[in-house]
Design a protein around this ligand. Structure first.
Ligand SMILES: NC(=O)c1ccc[n+]([C@@H]2O[C@H](COP(=O)([O-])OP(=O)(O)OC[C@H]3O[C@@H](n4cnc5c(N)ncnc54)[C@H](O)[C@@H]3O)[C@@H](O)[C@H]2O)c1
Length: 332
């Protein structure tokens, strides 16, 4: 099968290598607004590069969109109108209005679209969901999610990213819905500017904390940082009436115990998302190859991504106004 990757930046380059290794992928064409980036990415895996127009005209079996968030809506619409099965990185789009319009457009057509929430394919999150649904941890009483980058993204990434809640915590918001099967009722979020001025200049923050209440009353805390010096730290804790599960608590977790005699963890900390989630990216793209082949349905639809975006919107509104926000205030 022939695939196109649009956008050869941080995640695009990672997806190019992952797709190239998929057995169902025979041809890979790479396009980027910057032709030199496309050519370099193509050369790194022995593929071809093309302009964006030529990539669409090649009528591939599937398109993988890894362009900036601000370009997602336009590229997804172009792909589905051409009838091409599409994978697009999270979040769905830069604004809520364009995301809603996009979902309506996609749902009018019979073309599969998969959004890149790779945690749904990570072994730890899969096991936590299984354990909760099987009753192994009893009734869920509390949940904590953490997404911390060791270093901030490039300055030019931030203004079109949508801000830390839409860009980063959107992963936490998607996975908490997926793991619990519940909806968020209220969000009380805040943030701080402790780092580079380009975060504040873009109206964004580099430290974040939010308290969410689920529709059954479960309390959930979410915390994030763009400056987690210890390493790339993505974890989720579920605690119930019978037990708990901790996702990301492995030998590479960037934690140091203050207790005497404790040597855990024993290996070097996860440095970045590319390494931490490499198996999950491979599994989600393997699934997309199957989606594009018509063998299976999209495991993460634009509608799912919109639900996660509603939570991010509520978080941004809460942060701006300094008050708890009900989800029905932002849902349309
Ligand atoms: N799932 C994840 O873990 C994950 C991780 C990182 C980024 N992302 C998402 O992936 C997207 C890209 O992020 P990134 O960090 O790779 O950004 P990046 O800035 O490193 O790369 C984006 C690339 O897209 C190119 N580009 C810009 N406009 C384009 C267009 N219209 N068509 C084709 N290419 C275009 C740029 O020249 C650049 O090479 C963002 O939406 C981000 O939220 C997801």
């Amino acid at each position: 099968m022939r695939f196109v990757v649009l956008g050869a930046g941080r995640i695009g380059l990672s997806h190019v290598g992952t797709l190239k290794a998929q057995s169902g992928v025979t041809d890979l064409l790479i396009a980027d607004l910057d032709p030199a980036r496309a050519a370099a990415a193509a050369a790194s895996v022995g593929s071809e590069s093309a302009t964006i127009d030529d990539a669409f005209a090649s009528k591939p079996d599937g398109i993988v969109i890894a362009a900036p968030t601000s370009a997602h809506a336009e590229l997804i619409v172009r792909a589905v109108r051409a009838g091409i099965p599409t994978f697009c990185e999270k979040p769905l789009a830069e604004s809520l209005a364009s995301s809603i319009a996009l979902v309506e457009e996609v749902e009018r057509r019979d073309v599969p679209v998969q959004i890149g929430f790779q945690r749904r394919f990570d072994a730890g999150y899969v096991e936590a969901k299984r354990a909760l649904q099987a009753g192994d941890i009893g009734e869920l009483r509390r949940m904590h999610l953490l997404t911390c980058d060791p270093t901030p993204p490039p300055a030019q990434y931030v203004p079109t990213s949508g801000g830390i809640y839409r860009d980063c915590h959107i992963h936490d918001f998607d996975i908490l819905r997926w793991v619990t099967g519940r909806e968020v009722a209220t969000v009380f979020a805040t943030g701080a500017n402790r780092g580079a001025p380009f975060f504040a200049d873009a109206g964004d923050v580099d430290e974040s904390a939010a308290l969410l209440t689920l529709d059954d009353g479960t309390l959930v805390t979410v915390q994030g940082s763009r400056y987690n010096g210890a390493g790339y730290d993505v974890r989720m804790e579920l605690a119930g009436s019978l037990g708990n599960r901790s996702v990301g608590l492995d030998e590479r977790v960037p934690l140091t115990s203050a207790e005497p005699g404790v040597s855990f963890p024993t290996e070097s900390a996860w440095p970045n998302f590319q390494e931490r989630f490499a198996p999950a990216y491979a599994a989600e793209l393997a699934r997309f190859v199957a989606v594009a082949a018509g063998e299976t349905a999209s495991p993460c639809t634009p509608r799912d991504a919109l639900e996660a975006l509603f939570i991010a919107e509520a978080a941004e509104l809460s942060r701006a106004e300094g008050r708890p926000v009900r989800l029905d205030e932002v849902k349309r």
